[in-house]
Write a new protein. Structure first.
Length: 422
């Protein structure tokens, strides 16, 4: 049983015949741990159908992974926030539940496996602190510039424009080529008067039929539904942030004259000024040396079955099992727009129907069971749009910054590898 293996201990007590494989800061890696991690890597490679590396190569890989674990754990002990006993109790209860044991049975099983219960709890505490320190340190190192946000928004706009269709209507007041300043001013005044009528509540189509010099004036100025890439760029840019049914607030000047533009309808693309928000809840189980991702996924699948059969309520299972700050609220995550969750979570959530429950979903935080409660479309202020871009860019940079942070900690750590592995 994974939850009760001796290898789960962070700082193992060396048994007769065991050796110290490495010293990391104030901690040690036992030779028995390297053997167990090597076997785990071999099993993972076999399951994935990968070419099996040589034992010596696997052993070095296992040792380096264990050294990295120790570097992170020792740093977290010195720099992390304390984990309160109530939260730790809930995680221990979860481990017992995953293994279909009571707490008393878990203690007995640990004892049979030669694992001290106190060490078992402290190992769980270390893992929780490590994860929280990781998020704090890595997020604090990620930098996103205004230029990067601008580029991200421009790219998103371009994708929306290329992928969608839009039906525009216009009021056109022409300006003859080479017109004098006086004529230009007169035509501008005529267009501004028409725009004022529309803003005052007059029907756009009626104003178009009355004023426009466009060939579509009889149809209220409607150009018709067209792919955005088949419309003049100047039109697409002018209505980029205009929602369906609304009129661009300013006149547009082109070589033909002055235009008043209305977005009649958009199809196949989202608006940059609106966002779909989702109200969801989840149950989170965090894989560890005591709880493999596979076991966590099976446990969540069983919870899903219980919920769908009416044997249990989602919120009750979340309160009893979830290893997340939302547990007390029944797993409720509130309303969140695009980019508010890590990509794998968001992708699974977006694929659910209302009240639908996902299968187990793996993210860097653990394994989730997700339920969608509500959805709504809301207007986005420019500040919110930029924050959405910032969140997406931070997520894109996370893995690279995390690896750099780990390398930095590894370089600063005291690591002594013993000769027995050579």
């Amino acid at each position: 049983m994974a939850a009760c293996s001796a290898s789960a201990q962070t700082a193992p007590t060396l048994q007769p015949g065991d050796y110290i494989a490495a010293v990391v800061n104030q901690d040690v890696v036992a030779a028995s741990e390297v053997v167990q991690r090597t076997e785990r890597l071999r099993q993972e490679a076999r399951q994935k159908g990968e070419v099996m590396p040589e034992t010596a190569g696997l052993r070095k890989q296992a040792l380096e992974a264990l050294i990295e674990d120790r570097v992170l754990i020792t740093y977290a002990r010195e720099n992390g926030n304390k984990i309160d006993e109530a939260e730790l109790d809930r995680v221990v209860a979860n481990v017992a539940a995953q293994n279909k044991l009571t707490l008393a049975q878990l203690r007995d099983r640990l004892k049979q496996d030669g694992t001290d219960y106190k060490s078992f709890r402290e190992n769980l505490r270390d893992q929780m602190m490590t994860e929280r320190v990781r998020e704090r340190e890595v997020q604090g190192r990620i930098k996103v510039t205004d230029a990067e946000i601008d580029a991200w928004l421009d790219k998103k706009r371009a994708a929306l424009e290329q992928g969608g269709q839009v039906n525009l209507a216009q009021v056109l007041v022409t300006v003859p080529e080479g017109a004098s300043d006086a004529i230009v001013a007169e035509r501008r005044a005529r267009a501004e008067a028409a725009l004022a009528r529309i803003k005052a509540g007059e029907d756009f189509g009626a104003v178009a039929r009355d004023v426009s010099e466009d060939s579509n004036k009889a149809r209220g100025g409607e150009i018709g539904m067209r792919p955005a890439d088949r419309l003049p760029d100047i039109f697409v840019n002018a209505v980029r942030d205009v929602k369906s049914g609304q009129v661009a607030p300013q006149l547009l000047r082109s070589g033909a004259g002055f235009h008043i533009l209305k977005v009649v309808e958009r199809q196949g693309s989202a608006s940059m000024t609106q966002s779909l928000q989702t109200h969801a809840r989840h149950i989170l189980l965090r894989p560890s040396a005591q709880l493999t991702a596979e076991v966590a996924a099976r446990r969540l699948a069983e919870m899903k079955r219980q919920i769908e059969s009416g044997q249990a309520k989602f919120e009750n299972l979340a309160r009893a099992n979830s290893e997340d700050g939302s547990a007390e609220a029944g797993g409720d995550l509130g309303w969140m727009g695009a980019g508010g969750f890590v990509p794998e979570f968001e992708e699974a959530m977006n694929g659910l129907a209302l009240n639908g429950i996902s299968g187990p979903v793996m993210s860097r935080f653990g394994v989730h069971l997700i339920q969608v409660l509500e959805r709504r479309t809301v207007d986005i202020e420019p500040r919110q749009l930029r924050e959405q871009a910032r969140n997406a860019l931070r997520e894109q940079k996370y893995d690279e910054v995390y690896q750099d942070w780990v390398k930095e900690l590894r370089a600063k750590a005291f690591v002594e590898v013993r000769e027995w592995l050579d």
